[in-house]
Design a protein around this ligand. Structure first.
Ligand SMILES: NC(=O)c1ccc[n+]([C@@H]2O[C@H](COP(=O)([O-])OP(=O)(O)OC[C@H]3O[C@@H](n4cnc5c(N)ncnc54)[C@H](O)[C@@H]3O)[C@@H](O)[C@H]2O)c1
Length: 305
């Protein structure tokens, strides 16, 4: 079957022509335009959001989804302050230039933070209230993946992966919860897990990553129960294979993987970051007010087979 190039905000992606029409529709329907009607429960107006790993990839798409759902106050938290600030300025410029927001309406800031370091997380979240307000919608998208056979996986790399993916999610969730609990306010925390929390990816070897994402998923359930009566909801969002720098790097090292990924995914293709916008806004907004401790999988059906 012929392949067709489709432009997503993040990547130019080649799809089989049967999927291309549909994907092109998603990518273009997410271009900026005004909506006349939508469910008010999905509005992110009056929410204050923080997204770790927001300088690029899925995290950056979550920031875009929040802006398009009405959110005006967002902190992009990422490892390098310069990249976080550049991404923040780029979003303001893009939405203002497109006329999707008024000039000065968006307060998007970039904050440098290593989520693996508790001190760095405390310092980053400590400055948010005075700069954007009290965070009541947190997404922890900062994460890494590496592929090694278990017997050859360097131990310091395993520790680093768990420090970022697992401890990083915990440190950030805890800072936001402490602030909300201290003021008796409600909020929504979304931990980015992965379909790898539920299945074992093949053929690439990534046991520590899979285990880290299973830990993140169960962390969401555990924190959800711990904070349920205080109005803080915690859920996990688990993507399947999505086209970002993270998967691009894996595919560069092993280009043959792509065909296996397509074959193993019932929908026969990878996802594009835009396809997570609905799920993230649902979980962050009041549309999911009775949803806590859940996992939403957005994986093209991967976990069903
Ligand atoms: N892309 C996929 O197919 C896919 C699938 C399932 C789950 N996920 C998860 O989604 C999340 C985002 O993935 P992505 O594809 O956008 O990856 P990405 O590599 O494109 O982006 C990750 C971001 O996290 C930041 N980051 C890395 N280490 C950090 C640290 N110590 N402190 C702060 N920021 C740090 C990076 O700078 C980068 O901006 C990850 O947790 C990943 O495991 C991705």
């Amino acid at each position: 079957m012929a392949t067709v190039s489709v432009f997503s905000r993040t990547f130019r992606v080649k799809f089989k022509s049967s999927s291309a029409h549909f994907i092109r529709g998603i990518a273009s329907s997410s271009r900026l335009h005004s909506h006349t009607r939508s469910l008010k429960e999905f509005s992110m107006a009056n929410k204050v959001a923080a997204v770790t790993g927001g300088a690029r990839g899925l995290g950056n798409m979550f920031c875009r989804a929040f802006i398009e759902a009405g959110c005006n106050s967002i902190a992009i938290i990422d490892l390098h302050e310069q990249e976080a600030e550049t991404a923040a300025k780029a979003l303001i410029h893009e939405y203002e230039t497109a006329g999707a927001v008024q000039r000065g309406e968006l307060n998007v800031i970039g904050v440098g933070c290593d989520v693996a370091s508790e001190k760095s997380v405390q310092s980053a979240f400590g400055q948010l209230q005075s700069r954007i307000g009290r965070v009541n919608a947190l997404v922890t998208a900062a994460g890494i993946v590496e592929n090694f056979p278990a017997t050859e996986y360097p131990t310091p790399k395993i520790q680093k992966l768990f420090d970022i993916n697992v401890h990083g999610s915990f440190f950030c969730a805890r800072e936001v919860a402490k602030s909300l609990l201290g003021h008796g306010e409600s909020g929504s925390i979304i931990l980015i897990s992965s379909m790898s929390a539920n299945i074992v990816n093949q053929p690439q070897l990534q046991t520590p990553y899979n285990a880290s994402k299973a830990a993140v998923k169960h962390m969401a359930s555990s924190l959800a129960v711990e904070w349920a009566k205080s109005g803080i909801r915690v859920n996990a969002l688990s993507p399947g294979y999505m086209m970002t720098k993270l998967t691009e790097k894996v595919l560069e090292e092993n280009p043959k993987l792509k065909e296996s990924w397509h074959t193993l995914t019932p929908m026969g293709r990878m996802g594009i970051p835009e396809e997570l916008k609905g799920a993230i806004v649902f979980l962050a907004s009041d549309a999911s007010s009775y949803v806590t401790g859940s996992e939403i999988r957005v994986d093209g059906g991967y976990c069903c087979v």
